[in-house]
Design a protein. Sequence first.
Length: 397
Amino acid sequence: MGDFYSEDRSRLRNQPKKTIGDYVESKGILVPERYKSMEEARESGEDVLCRSESIFEFNGPSGILESVTLSAFPRIKDIEELKKTIFGEVREDGSPDPAFNFSKAGYYFCPINNISPKEFFDSISFSFWHKLEGYNRTVVADDTVKGRYHVITEGNIPGEDGKQEHCLAYSIIENGFVNNIFDMFPKTDKQLDGLIEFYESVRNLERFDGNNCPIMEIQTVNNKHYFLQTLSGRDFSAADFEVKQGKGTEAFFVRGKTSAKGEVFRIAAEFPNDYAIKQPFEMAEGYLQETPDSKNFYYEMLASKWKIAILRAVEHKIDNISYPANIDNTMYMAIVMGHIGTSQLFKPGVSLILNDKDIMSREEREKAHAYAYETKKVPCIDVKVTSDGRKAFVERV
């Protein structure tokens, strides 16, 4: 069956995170405590997260709105005041003030989707959740390879000086075997036991589409897993062929499949300074880009619409230390971008990471960059991609 909430969004009661959290908890699955009101949340004495809620966020772009800790706003008395403090204000005549105008919602989401600022602003509310410590996870079932899962783990561990160190890890779990692609948790148990079983117990609840591979956020505290939210991913479709060798360059990271003979994609090689809003998607089927800028919500807006996203692995130099162009550094750079980076890895039809120099030379990139900024147009190139979900080859055509 399809997704119960996608079939009729009124079932979400204008609070997708809380409504789905309530449902998941009703099925005996752990969910952090929610409070009925801001007043009850303050009276609890616990750390409380004010999670943004809007019907426009459901199965759409992630990160349109911010979630904040309640303790950061000790004098705020109600939700309306909190909304105006964080997001700015939309006046009675429907015109937004500058704060809203330059927010992700005001600058990108509303104009592209032809939604009035007032309609969007009126949809915003908050739900109040007990803020848990521990490890924050993003878990995604692979949409091509059965039994394969992508796991991003983020958390703080005590450092040698006693201070908390922020750590990240990206792992692929397949048939119980854990392959840590990169791991900043030295000698530390990432508490992965039971994580995939927990993910599947939520994924297969009767109100969800079990064929979808959701992007699920989970919090792990002392080896107990808690559901936070689920976002629609790609539908599962196994490859009935195997790529052994191909023309062009082989990708470091592969997710998603093409046809067995491969497919040609017209991809954007560069974007103008204003990102031309709607123009790149009309012209291109995907893009070739260095790790997306976390401040640019444009990538997130189109992530699920792109047929392909190719991230360029580039060499980084920090404090005179060179970090080579490989999957470890590129995955790290993508993941630290939060929603925008993970969306590029899991929402497009195919996501790849390639060496920077294998598709376009430095001279070509400089010309494409100059062309985009001078003309406000999008330079495109054609590439042929052959991918079975595990191995992919890319060549210019």
